[in-house]
Design a protein around this ligand. Structure first.
Ligand code: GLU
Length: 478
């Protein structure tokens, strides 16, 4: 048997991290077993149609490194892979299910359905139309009456199945209701389309969120009524924001694209979400897609909810950045540098080199480097450094020699600057650390810089460095 998994998102206009994780587990499971990973777009809810939403799904999956073997934009033998293009298929099977007793026509009006509401506002359908004769149904359809098709759930009995993660699941049929399978617009609901499509597309393993655990017995009734083999079910634990709240778009923190535009690398996000609900036997954390495929197994997927840990995601993203070459980092960082106040005024490759090991997320870049472009009055207390024995007074004493030393330099490479300052410190009989501290503050007005004083001077260049040293001296002595 060839394993076939599918990711079946509804096009809502964004890709939720929970959806990305479902897609990832579908992908990993399929690839681990040399199977096929399929993308199916579930767009039968036309009211929720969002322009461009399918493209967001395609691009997010591609960015996340999950290329699908079959799907709307890549084709395949089991298409169409967009549900709105499969309308006739659903109708054909709905009629067959009616023949088999698994479904029935319902003509009830909105008003009648309203009367079924209980005190809590829940309306449970009372099988009113189940007793209509075939002739009556045919006559009402011929008269042009609007109808839906409902599933015929047995009033008694228990639906049971084995979920690969949650184990045995049993649901009393009395808790389920005769949901609509085909709406009055002729389109199917999820409840019907998922069954028909999963069967026709040869899906062997249905991997999806745990919110479908308790409705799965309804789907099994249809598989059984059609005489189709049930797939293996793999329901995944929810991803939580904290102990009580699910991670959701409502908190504005669950969108894959948003994370990417905040400066997280797609591969780091994917690696991180793999760990939300699964952990490999060897407890590896940083893994390539290939390593995840090799290590993935269902017995390491847990059923308890996973908590989204922002700190860990940041850390992992930082690890990915550190592991890059200078050039790779420059490619992902350059837009962040040029869109900061720094713009194009310096050698941005040198700035990028310094930043590579100093940021966890790329959106930290502007704050870390804006001082290179902006310089003005700053707090003279910054010169105070206990260990280096420096303060404002020491700075006033050292700055004239520093300025003289820097202006005498013929070249401005790292070693020349460093050696000249070290010699100056020896000459002045002070610790090199003290001189470097004064140099750094006077050049940048910052206690923390991405790199030491000499690197900052190098980026600023001789002319700007001297201007800043002079500015600082004036500021301290005015
Ligand atoms: N369209 C459903 C959703 O987005 C898919 C659920 C499933 O994978 O069966 O939740």
């Amino acid at each position: 048997m060839t394993v076939r998994t599918r990711f079946a998102p509804s096009p809502t206009g964004f890709m939720h991290l929970g959806g990305m994780r479902t897609a990832l587990y579908c992908y990993l499971y399929a690839k681990k077993h040399d199977g096929k990973f399929i993308l199916r777009i579930e767009d039968t809810d036309q009211e929720r149609f969002v322009e461009g939403a399918t493209e967001v799904i395609y691009s997010s999956l591609k960015q996340g490194g999950m290329s699908y073997d079959e799907g709307p934009d890549v084709g395949g033998d089991f298409g169409p892979y967009i549900q709105s293009k499969r309308r006739d298929i659903y109708m054909k099977y709905a009629l067959e299910l009616i023949e088999r007793g698994g479904a029935y026509y319902c003509f009830c009006s909105k008003e009648r359905l309203e009367t079924l509401r209980d005190d809590l506002g829940n309306a449970r359908y009372d099988k009113h139309c189940l007793k209509l004769s075939k002739e009556e149904v045919a006559a009402r359809i011929a008269a042009g009456e609007s109808y839906v098709i409902r599933q015929n759930i047995p009033e008694k009995g228990v639906g049971t199945y084995e979920d690969a993660i949650y184990g045995r699941i049993s649901v009393d049929y009395s808790e389920l209701e005769d949901n609509i399978l085909i709406k009055s617009d002729g389109l199917p609901t999820y409840n019907f389309a998922n069954v028909v499509d999963d069967h026709l597309m040869g899906i062997t393993h249905v991997i999806r969120g745990s919110e479908y655990l308790s409705s799965t017995p309804k789907y099994n009734l249809m598989y059984d009524a059609f005489g189709w083999e049930r797939p293996t079910y793999i329901h995944l634990p929810p991803i939580m924001k904290d102990a009580t709240r699910k991670l959701s778009k409502r908190y504005g923190d669950a969108n894959f694209d948003d994370f990417v535009s905040k400066g997280y690398l797609p591969e780091a996000i994917i690696n991180y979400i793999a760990l939300l609900g699964w952990c490999p036997k060897d407890n590896s954390e940083k893994m390539t897609m290939q390593e995840m495929i090799e290590k993935f197994s269902l017995d390491r997927v847990c059923k308890s909810p996973a908590i989204f840990d922002d700190v860990k995601l940041r850390w992992l993203n930082g690890e990915y950045l550190k592991a890059m070459t200078d050039d790779e980092f420059y490619q992902v960082a350059k837009d962040w540098i040029t869109s900061s106040k720094v713009g194009e005024s310096f050698d941005n490759r040198v700035i990028a080199q310094l930043l590579r090991t100093r940021v966890e997320v790329l959106n930290e870049i502007p704050d870390k480097i804006n001082f290179l472009a902006e310089f003005g009055e700053y707090d003279s207390e910054l010169f105070f450094h206990k260990k280096s024995k420096t303060d404002k007074e020491v700075a006033i004493k050292l700055l004239p020699s520093l300025i003289e030393c820097v202006s005498g330099l013929e070249s401005f490479d790292h070693d020349t600057i460093y050696n000249a300052l070290a010699e100056l410190a020896t000459r002045l009989e002070i610790k090199a650390a003290s001189l470097f501290w004064v140099f750094r503050i006077a050049l940048t007005g910052q206690a923390v810089t991405p790199g030491g004083a000499v690197e900052m001077a190098q980026i600023l260049g001789k002319k700007v460095s001297l201007e800043r040293l002079n500015f600082s001296l004036n500021m301290l002595t005015k």
